[in-house]
Design a protein around this ligand. Structure first.
Ligand SMILES: Cc1cc2nc3c(=O)[nH]c(=O)nc-3n(C[C@H](O)[C@H](O)[C@H](O)COP(=O)(O)OP(=O)(O)OC[C@H]3O[C@@H](n4cnc5c(N)ncnc54)[C@H](O)[C@@H]3O)c2cc1C
Length: 381
């Protein structure tokens, strides 16, 4: 997010300094499944996702650097009891301009021969969805930002936002160096609430562990499969290159909640890897013979409605981009564009109104226009 915001600011001629305590992509971004889908239940999500997907497709033209976006297509299905809601959601997505095909399970099985569709009543296919290389994306935005006059500093940690007479004056780094600036955007992922708190701003963000396993597809599996959301079996999956599949949980469960923003161990627990494989094999039976190839864990910054907070907060000149709730990677191009516009013009774009910081206090969280019951309460990738 920080790199995309810097890119969009630089493009507008605003001097931007990107400060990263580790290396670009070291946070959730580098641990992301990096699925780029448009299948959202709310208009605000669909719109951010649609515009971002269009940007991913022209990423190299915009930045001069490839992000390795691969169009794979996206499939998901509904059981009989959820069909009315599923059809309402398909309708909403179509009115928002998403090019969707509603399929009978038999038709979907023709497209995806390894998929068990026996419990589905209907399916939907988004041919435009895909995935990108998240590190190449973040690094690409940063490189392009620097080419347009921004500066990126890696290996420096921001300790606090400097505030003078109610206005942002810059930020102090760990070694006590100071960067002077009238505006600061906190886009430090899981660490944003901590930095914001030093500036007197409380953000309703909690931390949830997300696990990802990589499985080598067995011989005879055919072409790489499309992205699949199995809302009933609690997995999402996508191809990883030509030979592997990446799989994670749609819902990490309450045991995945953490007290702090730091994950002590990024390694995938062996039992979790096994569980993901057996769940995936229920939906793709051939994967029962898949070879585990490890995986990793990362951390989601989750808000009460699972949508981000993109707003000006606290002292004049302070902005936050936080709370992406496990699905922010795909939104980074449009989030960067909108925040770039907000920061450069001091006028909040209308698109950001539903994502204001005070919405929880005002009891106006983002509520999906077309909720799909099978997804309720889940943190989707
Ligand atoms: C396992 C997993 C799978 C996911 N899968 C998907 C998916 O398929 N599709 C999708 O759209 N999203 C997915 N997500 C979510 C997505 O990765 C995140 O929403 C997104 O990457 C968040 O980006 P960010 O820039 O806000 O945060 P981060 O990527 O965490 O970036 C914040 C950066 O700030 C730096 N930082 C922290 N503190 C400081 C400080 N004090 N000073 C300086 N720098 C600091 C960190 O080092 C970090 O690099 C997934 C996330 C995880 C963990």
């Amino acid at each position: 997010m920080g790199a995309s915001i810097a890119f969009h600011l630089a493009r507008r001629g605003v001097g931007a300094i990107l400060v990263e305590r580790d290396h670009i992509g070291a946070g959730a971004t580098g641990h992301s499944g990096a699925i780029v889908r448009q299948f959202y239940e709310s208009r605000v999500g669909i719109r951010l996702a649609r515009k971002s997907l269009a940007f991913f497709r022209r990423f190299q033209g915009e930045t001069g650097v490839p992000c390795d976006f691969r169009r794979t297509g996206f499939l998901t299905g509904s059981r009989l009891r959820d069909l009315p809601a599923f059809d309402a959601l398909v309708g909403l997505l179509r009115t928002e301009g998403v090019r969707l095909e509603r399929l009978r399970p038999k038709e979907a099985a023709g497209m995806e021969p390894q998929l068990d569709v026996s419990d589905y009543e209907a399916m939907v296919h988004d041919p435009d969805a895909g995935y990108a290389d998240p590190i190449a994306t973040a690094a690409g935005f940063a490189q392009a930002a620097c080419r347009d006059g921004a500066k990126a500093i890696e290996g420096e940690e921001v300790r606090e936002v400097i505030i003078r007479r109610g206005r942002v004056a810059g930020e102090r780094l760990r070694g006590r160096d100071v960067i002077s600036s009238e505006r600061v955007v906190l886009a430090a992922g899981n660490w944003t609430p901590w930095i914001a708190r030093q500036a007197g701003v409380r953000l309703p963000v909690h931390f949830v562990r997300g696990d990802v396993a990589i499985l080598r597809r067995p011989p005879g599996s055919g072409a790489p499969p499309r992205i699949h959301f199995d809302v009933y079996g609690n997995t999402y999956s996508r191809p990883e290159g030509e030979k592997d599949v990446l799989v994670g949980y749609m819902d990490s469960g309450p045991q995945a909640a953490l007290r702090g923003p730091e994950l002590l161990d990024n390694a995938l627990p062996v039992a979790t890897g096994r569980d993901l494989l057996s769940r995936l094999a229920r939906r793709f039976p051939i994967m029962a013979r898949a070879q585990p190839r490890g995986g990793w864990s990362g951390l989601y910054d989750v808000t009460p409605d699972a949508y981000p907070i993109l707003d000006a907060v606290g002292p004049t000149g302070l902005f936050v981009a936080v709370g992406f709730s496990g699905h922010g990677f795909k939104l980074c191009p449009e989030v960067g564009r909108l925040l770039g516009e907000f920061i450069a013009s001091d006028r909040k774009p209308d698109e950001l109104a539903p994502l204001r910081a005070h919405r929880y206090r005002e009891r106006e969280p983002v509520v999906p226009e077309s909720p799909f019951p099978a997804l309720r309460g889940r943190t989707l990738p």
